[in-house]
Design a protein around this ligand. Sequence first.
Ligand SMILES: CN(C)C(=N)NCCC[C@H](N)C(=O)O
Length: 287
Amino acid sequence: MHLVLHEEEGAGAAGLILGHPLDTVKVRLQTQNVYRGIVDCVIKTYQRESVLGFFKGMSFPICSVAVVNSVLFGTYSNSLLLLSSTSHQDRKAQPPNYGHIFVAGSIAGFVQAYCLAPFDLIKVRLQNQTEPRARPGVAPSHYRGPLHCARTILREEGPRGLFRGAWALVLRDTPSLGLYFLTYEGLSWWLTSDGKERGSATMLVAGGFAGIISWVVATPLDVVKARMQMDGLKQQEYRGLLDCMVSSARQEGPGVFFRGLTLNSARAFPVNAVTFFSYEHLLRFLS
Ligand SMILES: CN(C)C(=N)NCCC[C@H](N)C(=O)O
């Protein structure tokens, strides 16, 4: 049992490692106005920071992925159980109630956003450090690693600083995770013939598309979240979430809300295919 659990965690972590470089480029494009596009950002990052630059801020997501996913999937299945009072096994025999799925997914999104907020903030702050690795004669980065980053934020911005951008994260994840589970369950139902067990290919395809669709919807608030998380590092630029939205749109046009859309979608397929595949196999193993 332990071995299987570790394998499931390993699969989640592998997806995350593969997707992290895309996430770093996306975060930089959303928060820094110095790049002309994806290719320019990749070239500049590589030239200045080598391939390691793409993996900045990865350790916290790797360490927290198991906890964050347990909160997400645990809240989802318990909420669905409360709403529909049928078990995972019973639900296979009848068409899913999409209203219940959307509500359960949204509740799960709301809860996981709060757990994710400090980890995500630290990830974004580290990803945005464009200095090369510290060596003699080169000024070190503001944050020396995830724990140093957490301590520095606590010292410079207080405990609330660790939850900067949390509201935008909650607004991003509540509806988009409802849609995430809705797409997954809908597609899986559609791809599985009556009375058959859900196959691995179905889990991968439905999981991948659930990831893409939810990230397309989530991207505008993902931009706002990343900007709010970076606010306060130097001087405070925005008075709040609404101010961030309005001034970003005024200064850069409405296209600003779609920054990172391509990268979010490209990363979403493999990461979420693996996530749902692991979740379903773990459920089967435990039931
Ligand atoms: C649209 N959103 C926020 C989501 N679909 N979130 C759930 C998937 C999270 C996964 N670790 C990922 O990074 O894609």
